[in-house]
Design a protein around this ligand. Structure first.
Ligand code: HGY
Ligand code: MN
Ligand code: MN
Length: 406
């Protein structure tokens, strides 16, 4: 099955950064080229492809009972700046390889099997993650999508249309019974499978992400002339907030509370000018919604106190605050049975990363199949899963799909 490894290597070259890093941001030329490459491979094996108004791409293998709800699988191919070549792509190209494998067995699915390339799982362009699956599940309405702007101030609708995606945003939402079940193959993006020397993870819970955008306005001024006691330095306020983000997560009673200030910009960015403005994007998540929401409340409280003390004006926008997902027990069992039947060692586990399955699980019975990540690394150029590990994931996915679609 080295075909998939070659395809993943080819895919990794559709990037605006030097290989082995991958940067493939929503609606950029490299994103569009990668989509075309994928669609070409799907059409080569006779899958019926449709693309929706924002670029979610559906490649369907018609079953013998096409009137029944299909079985879905898939993931994403967009990649955050300077990341790796396996996050998401293993689920898209692994899904294609699983279909090719089942076809090679001359298997005829009763339920259609549909491979999905979700648009924009990563939050890079519009700050919100899972844009495609969020709209498919109705968690993001067309009206809300129209308000999204990228860092250059470009509106979502103009950018998607310029990328060639037209059509009515109202048609993106899927009906409640569109899929009979949904299974996503993905790299673990953490250390557990490798540390416990296990082949396959089956996901029973997916962490609940939230994203805050914090804007700070101080006074700025001359770095030499403005003495310390009268400063209103937005940069230092932002730094204090960044420290509070880390402390609140560390002090949480849940070990799954994680918080990251992934973006921290100050203006005017001149060495001899006191920062007048600061902009922070904060990612706060947990598998437990109570401790996640408590950490959120504590953070908002601390931001208010820090800004009050430093005479800084501030705004907090809660961009998304999603519930965690619980996967379908029967589907977890089916995937576990498939892996064990192949002689693979397995573990039922939580996903600390979020995925499009977080939103598929809001509508359909869902689970995920994980393969190990070398040293638990992801979102870095040295992200790696071996050909053997990928093949085990593809085999497990193929037999799970075969079972559910029969
Ligand atoms: O951030 C995440 O959890 C996902 O990889 N986008
Ligand atoms: Mn990712
Ligand atoms: Mn991913």
């Amino acid at each position: 099955m080295n075909r998939i490894h070659q395809e993943l290597d080819t895919l990794a070259r559709f990037s605006s950064s030097e290989f082995p890093s991958v940067t493939r941001v929503l609606y950029t030329q490299e994103d569009l080229n990668a989509r075309d490459y994928f669609i070409g491979l799907c059409e080569e094996i006779g899958l019926k492809v449709r693309v929706d108004a924002i670029g979610n791409t559906y490649a369907r293998w018609e079953g013998t009972a096409p009137e029944l709800a299909a079985v879905g699988t898939g993931s994403h191919i967009d990649a955050i700046p300077l990341s790796g070549q396996y996050d998401g792509t293993v689920g898209v190209f692994g899904g294609l390889e699983a279909i090719r494998y089942l076809k090679s067995l001359d298997f005829k699915p009763k339920r259609s099997i549909e491979l999905v390339l979700f648009t924009a799982e990563e939050p890079t362009r519009f700050a919100i993650g899972c844009l495609g699956s969020r709209m498919m599940s109705g968690q993001l309405t067309p009206e809300q999508a129209l308000k999204l702007k990228d860092k250059e101030g470009g509106f979502f609708n103009d950018i998607r249309e310029a990328a060639g995606f037209k059509g009515d945003l109202n048609d993106v939402k899927l009906s409640e019974n569109y899929y009979h079940a949904f299974v996503e193959l993905h790299i673990e993006q953490g250390p557990r499978l490798e540390k416990e020397n296990l082949d396959i993870g089956i996901v029973d819970k997916i962490a609940a992400p939230s994203t805050l955008i914090v804007k700070l306005i101080g006074e700025g001024g001359h770095a030499g002339a403005v003495l310390m006691p009268i400063r209103k330095d937005a940069g230092v306020a932002g730094a204090e907030i960044m420290m509070a983000v880390e402390r609140i997560a560390k002090d949480s009673e849940s070990e799954d509370t994680v918080a990251t200030t992934g973006i921290f910009d100050i203006l005017p960015r001149a060495v001899n000018s006191i920062p007048k403005e600061a902009y922070l994007e904060i990612d706060l998540r947990d598998t437990n919604i109570e401790t996640r929401d408590k950490a959120l409340a504590d953070l908002k409280q601390e931001i208010a106190e820090i800004c009050e003390k430093r005479h800084i004006k501030y705004s907090i926008e809660l961009l998304n605050c999603d519930p965690p997902a619980t996967c379908d027990e029967n589907l977890v069992h089916t995937a576990e049975k498939a892996a064990k039947g192949l002689g693979y060692s397995t573990k039922v586990m939580t996903s600390h990363a979020y995925h499009d399955s977080l939103f598929m699980a809001q509508l359909f019975p869902t689970t995920m199949i994980f393969i190990p990540s070398k040293d638990g690394v992801s979102h870095r150029p040295d992200e790696y899963s071996s050909p053997e590990e990928i093949d085990k994931g593809v085999q497990t996915l193929a037999l799970t799909l075969k079972d559910v679609a029969s």
